[in-house]
Design a protein around this ligand. Structure first.
Ligand code: MN
Length: 385
């Protein structure tokens, strides 16, 4: 039996993790969850899974859930905010934390979970982007596994099983290209939030959908792959593959390429991460190759989608630059979702911040938090008017 906490249980990945837990009731037990504002889903989870501990990061929702549990006489402990996230991720009763919370808010609870000896099923890519070295160091020291949930990284992880790291020549990270694939800068000047949210292949949360439309998501994933698999940036290549059937590939020194293929359904990588190294009964329909017909591949357009280029540059420069990239992106995406800035400004603002804010080579968690606050203040002051 695995005992699990989910950070971000009501989001897209969180809900699909609950599907996997529901299907494998005899193997997985849900002990703790965190959620933000989705009261109805929180109540559903309490009633169905009866977790013992819950953290709500939004104050109003926290009070509502407390009231609900009192009236319905639910016996569970309810925590609030960052302190609560740290409690949920380090509970004595658990062995695995699924980090499906969105954004760099996941960094500290993930670090604390590792220090408490919990294995991490990592869906929160921002955590590795901002604090990859800190996470890696802690994971090595405490001898815990970081199992990727991101579909591309799950694919790479599956492709490297049984092979020596020295045999890897490069990683081929696939990308669908998002809703604006093939478009040029001029055509993207006035695209709306609704258009950017319409991902052609994956049904995901808002932040990651916008990141996919700018290709920042792929940029963050390049940095994530660098840390997860200890691969040089020069050995990571992004390949646009609009059908999203191949979830990523690994090229070996002899020229052989191993790919992982599957339906575009996140329950597959979640299931692999939670059951690793076991494989278990299927939740997701296998591919029908007669229906798929063709698989195609393209080079990414780094001039139009400069976020991907900026992410590579920030990763190569290293230090706190990837964290600057991430903070600037989080604030810009937030403003775009509120219609405060235009689509192309997301990349412009990120570029501006990378030029404006100084790099720190040996940074601490505190440095990241201070930088994040400064960048977000700077951006909101300029554009949130
Ligand atoms: Mn992904």
């Amino acid at each position: 039996m695995k005992y699990i906490s989910i950070l971000g249980a009501t989001g897209s990945i969180g809900s699909q993790t609950l599907d996997v837990i529901r299907e494998q009731k005899d193997e997985f037990s849900l002990i703790g969850i965190s959620a933000n504002t989705n009261f109805d889903k929180i109540v559903d989870i309490i009633n169905e899974f009866m977790p013992k501990y819950i953290c709500i990061t939004d104050k109003i929702t926290y009070n509502k859930v407390k009231e609900y549990c009192k009236i319905k006489n639910k016996k569970l402990e309810i925590f609030y905010g960052m302190e609560g996230l740290n409690i949920i991720s380090t509970l004595k009763e658990i062995d695995t934390v699924v980090t499906s919370i969105v954004g760099m808010i996941g960094l500290i609870p993930t670090l604390n979970a590792i220090k408490a000896g919990k294995n991490i099923a990592l869906a929160n890519k921002e955590t590795l982007v901002v604090g990859g070295n800190l996470i890696k160091e802690a994971a090595l020291k405490h001898n815990i596994n970081i199992l990727p949930v991101d579909s591309e990284h799950s694919a790479i992880f599956q492709c490297i099983q049984g092979n020596k790291k020295d045999y890897i020549n490069k990683i081929l990270l696939t990308a669908s290209g998002g809703p604006f694939r093939g478009k040029k800068t001029e055509e993207l000047v006035n695209v709306s939030c609704e258009e950017a949210l319409k991902h052609p292949k994956w049904n995901m949360g808002k932040k990651i959908s916008i990141d996919s439309s700018t290709l920042m998501n792929k940029g963050l994933e390049v940095i994530e792959a660098h840390w997860l698999f200890d691969i040089d940036y020069k050995d990571i290549e992004v390949v646009i593959h609009p059908q999203s059937i191949i979830h990523s590939m690994v090229e070996y020194i002899d020229g052989s390429v191993i790919a992982q293929l599957g339906s575009t359904d996140m329950r597959l990588p979640i299931q692999y991460a939670l059951n690793y190294p076991k494989r278990t009964t299927r939740l997701v329909e296998p591919l029908n190759f007669y229906n798929i017909g063709n698989l195609t591949f393209e080079k990414p357009d780094l001039n139009t989608f400069k976020c991907l280029k900026l992410a590579f540059e920030a990763g190569i420069t290293g230090g706190i630059m990837p964290a600057i990239l991430n903070s600037a992106n989080e604030a810009s995406v937030n403003l775009f979702l509120k219609n405060k800035i235009k689509f192309l400004q997301i990349g412009d603002i990120v570029e501006d911040c990378l030029n404006k804010f100084p790099n720190i080579n040996n940074f601490t968690v505190e440095d990241i938090l201070i930088m994040d606050k400064n960048i977000k203040e700077y951006i909101y002051k300029m554009y949130n008017t």
